[in-house]
Design a binder for this molecule. Sequence first.
Ligand SMILES: [Zn+2]
Length: 314
Amino acid sequence: MSDRNRKGDIMAKAATNDEKNAKTLSGLPESAEPRRHYDIYAVLEAPQELYFGDEKEVNINIVEKVRVATAKGVVEKCYIAPSKRRGVERRCLLWSDAGGRLLMDKLQCGIPNTCCRDDCPVCAVFGGLIAGEKTFIGRLTHGGGVAVAPEIALEKQRAMHPALIAKEKDDPPMPYRKEYAQPGLLYPISNHLLSVTQMEFGAAAYAFLLSLHRLGAGNPKGLGFARAAWNGRSEPVEPLLVVDSYRVPLGERPLVSPSITDNQDAVHRFVRLAETYKKDSDEEAFQRRLGTEALEFLQSCAAEFEKRVLRTDS
Ligand SMILES: [Zn+2]
């Protein structure tokens, strides 16, 4: 084989390796900041009736429910689908003010037209898709949302279905009914981020906190943290919130089984699981923040995001 041919052969092999690497590599830019996993666990409480619909029956908008097997038999429970929370979180981010423009206008990134740019703080965690061109794998996933108590939804009459408002004004108003999840329901939920920097986590923390005010379809909206005391004490009550940041999962996951129907029981289990983790491990490997400390951590990450992304021109 002549030198020239051998060189060509080596170059051809190198090209195949590059192609292979391009298919194997994540496509994420390298980061000087270490990446860790982050989990948010919370028990949310509805301060008033809420509507999270998914179906419509004749003249009644139905609240989304799931059927769950419990010790008392099969019951129906109200449900906040994780995909709904995800949608509200992403919109909260994109519709935030960034120096007179909404963030979506500043980034040229929307729903469903995600931008998929390497430096987009939204696509970086939520993922994106440009059909046929580029897929950005989301590193944020959502879970939970099945209510604890199997309260049957309330049905209330509304004056007119919104779809009919645009119709002939002369038509008599058409009464319709809407189901609402009862006030005081508890919804255990969780958000998980896979291999993100603390800076990237800031967007998720900001979106999570801002979405709480705006969860629900129609009015009224909004959820708060349920509260209880930690460590078997009676005071002070703190939010039922856990934030983990770690390289190794060294704690129990404070998930509440959907088969539990008693609020006290659910809260007790959440607290007990949240307090079960390897406390002596080094913080780099596993760090768990509980209650007020967890909330303050989310708030400081969200504040850093606001300063860095929403308040600067770049
Ligand atoms: Zn984007």
